[in-house]
Design a protein around this ligand. Structure first.
Ligand SMILES: Nc1ncnc2c1ncn2[C@@H]1O[C@H](COP(=O)(O)OP(=O)(O)O)[C@@H](O)[C@H]1O
Ligand SMILES: [Mg+2]
Length: 338
C-alpha cells in the first residue's frame, strides 16, 4: 500500500563528479523522506553537499559526466534516470526551486511580467487576462509595491530583496507540491530575511506544500523547519525533529555547529568559546572511516577506518556515530562538555 502523505523518498542517493584530482563524492549515499506539508531543513557547513543534493533531486546534474545512483521517488514516480523532457514537466510546476542568487533566475532581456507569464502559459489552464491578474496578485502577495507597474519592468530595475521576493512568487505560482529552497535568504539583510521567511511559510501553509530548506544557519532552522538533517562531507550524520536537535544534539558535529552558533552570539559580548577545529575534508580525499573523525574529540581507531552505521536512539532521532552503540558511552557523552 502506498502512503499518500509521503511526497518524496530519497534512497542511497550518490552523486559523484569525475575531476582531474580524482572522484568527488559530493553526495555519498544519503536517504531521507518528506511528507505532505512538512518542512525539512538540510544543514551543514559550506561544501557538505547540500546544493548537489538539491540539484540531484531536481535533475539538474548532467549525467554523464557526473554519476548519479540510488533512488528519488516523487509522488510514486522514480526521478533518477528520467528524460530531460519529462523532468521539465515536473520542474517548475510540481517541484519549484528558490536559489540564493535571484539574478540567475531571471532573463535580463524580458520583463518580470513576461517571465512569470511564461510559467503561467506552460503550466496553467488560464486565459491571458486571468493569468495576468493572477501574476499581479502573486506579486502583491509577496509585498511588491505597485505590482501593475512592476509587471512591465525589467529585472535590473528591482532591488535584490525585491527580486528575491519575485523569485518566490514565481516559484509558488503553480502551487508546487514540493519547494526546494537553497539558501534563499543568505544574500538578504536580516530584516528582509525575516520577512521573506514568514512569507514563504505563509504561502506554503496556504496550500499545504512541502519544502526542503537548505541553509548553514541554525537560527533559521529553528524558525522554519519541522525536522532537520545535518549533512557532513556528503553524508547525513544526524536526523531529528527541530526540538530534539536543539535540546538533545547527539553527533559531535551537530554539537560543534550549535556551539559555533553560540560562540557568534558570545563574540558580540567579547567572550570566547571554541569553534569546531579543522575543516571539511576534500571530497576527493575521504578515508574509509567516519568523515568527521579528524575533527572529532571522541574519535577512536575504529572511527578512522569504519563508517559508523545510522543508529536510532529514539523514535525519529537517528545518528551516524559509534558513540551511540553502547549505552554507557552515550551517558558519558551526554555529560561531556562541548
Ligand atoms: N559540478 C561539479 N563538479 C565537481 N565538483 C563539484 C561540482 N559541484 C559541486 N562539487 C563539489 O561537491 C562538493 C559539495 O558541493 P555543494 O553541494 O555545492 O556544497 P554546499 O551546498 O553544501 O556548500 C564540494 O566539494 C564541491 O566543490
Ligand atoms: Mg550550497
Amino acid at each position: 500500500m502506498t502512503d499518500t502523505r509521503r511526497i518524496l523518498t530519497v534512497e542511497n542517493l550518490k552523486t559523484y563528479f569525475k575531476t582531474p584530482n580524482g572522484i568527488v563524492k559530493a553526495v555519498d549515499g544519503i536517504s531521507f523522506h518528506l511528507d505532505k506539508g512538512e518542512t525539512l531543513a538540510l544543514v551543514g557547513e559550506s561544501g557538505c553537499g547540500k546544493s548537489v543534493t538539491a540539484q540531484s533531486i531536481l535533475g539538474l546534474i548532467k549525467v554523464p559526466p557526473a554519476k548519479l545512483t540510488g533512488s528519488v521517488v516523487f509522488k510514486g514516480q522514480e526521478l533518477v534516470g528520467l528524460s530531460d523532457d519529462k523532468y521539465r514537466d515536473i520542474r517548475g510546476m510540481q517541484i519549484s526551486m528558490i536559489f540564493q542568487e535571484p539574478m540567475s533566475a531571471f532573463d535580463p532581456l524580458y520583463t518580470i511580467g513576461q517571465q512569470l507569464m511564461e510559467i503561467a502559459k506552460v503550466h496553467m489552464p488560464w486565459s491571458y487576462q486571468e493569468a495576468k491578474q493572477r501574476i499581479i496578485d502573486s506579486l502583491r502577495l509577496v509585498h511588491i509595491p505597485e505590482p501593475e507597474k512592476r509587471y512591465s519592468e525589467y529585472p535590473h530595475e528591482m532591488s535584490g530583496g525585491m527580486l528575491q521576493r519575485i523569485m518566490i512568487a514565481m516559484a509558488l505560482l503553480p502551487s508546487p507540491e514540493l519547494i526546494i529552497a537553497d539558501e534563499p535568504t543568505t544574500a538578504l539583510d536580516v530584516t528582509i530575511q525575516a520577512q521573506v521567511l514568514n512569507l514563504m511559510q505563509e504561502l506554503q501553509d496556504s496550500y499545504n506544500g512541502s519544502m526542503i530548506f537548505i541553509t548553514h544557519d541554525l537560527g533559521i532552522v529553528a524558525e522554519i523547519a519541522d525536522r532537520v538533517h545535518v549533512m557532513y562531507a556528503g553524508k547525513i550524520v544526524e536526523k531529528a525533529s527541530v526540538i530534539d536537535l536543539f535540546e538533545n544534539p547527539l553527533h559531535p558535529y551537530t554539537k560543534g555547529l550549535l556551539t559555533s552558533r553560540v560562540k557568534r552570539e558570545y563574540k558580540k559580548e567579547g567572550k570566547d568559546l571554541p569553534y569546531i577545529k579543522g575543516h571539511v575534508p576534500k571530497a576527493s580525499e575521504f578515508s574509509t572511516g567516519c568523515r568527521f573523525h579528524s575533527r572529532c574529540t571522541y574519535a577512536t581507531e575504529t572511527c578512522k577506518t569504519t563508517m559508523p552505521p545510522e543508529i536510532e536512539t529514539e523514535k525519529g532521532h537517528r545518528v551516524a556515530c559509534f558513540l551511540f552503540e553502547r549505552d554507557d558511552l552515550v551517558e558519558n557523552f551526554a555529560n561531556a562538555k562541548p
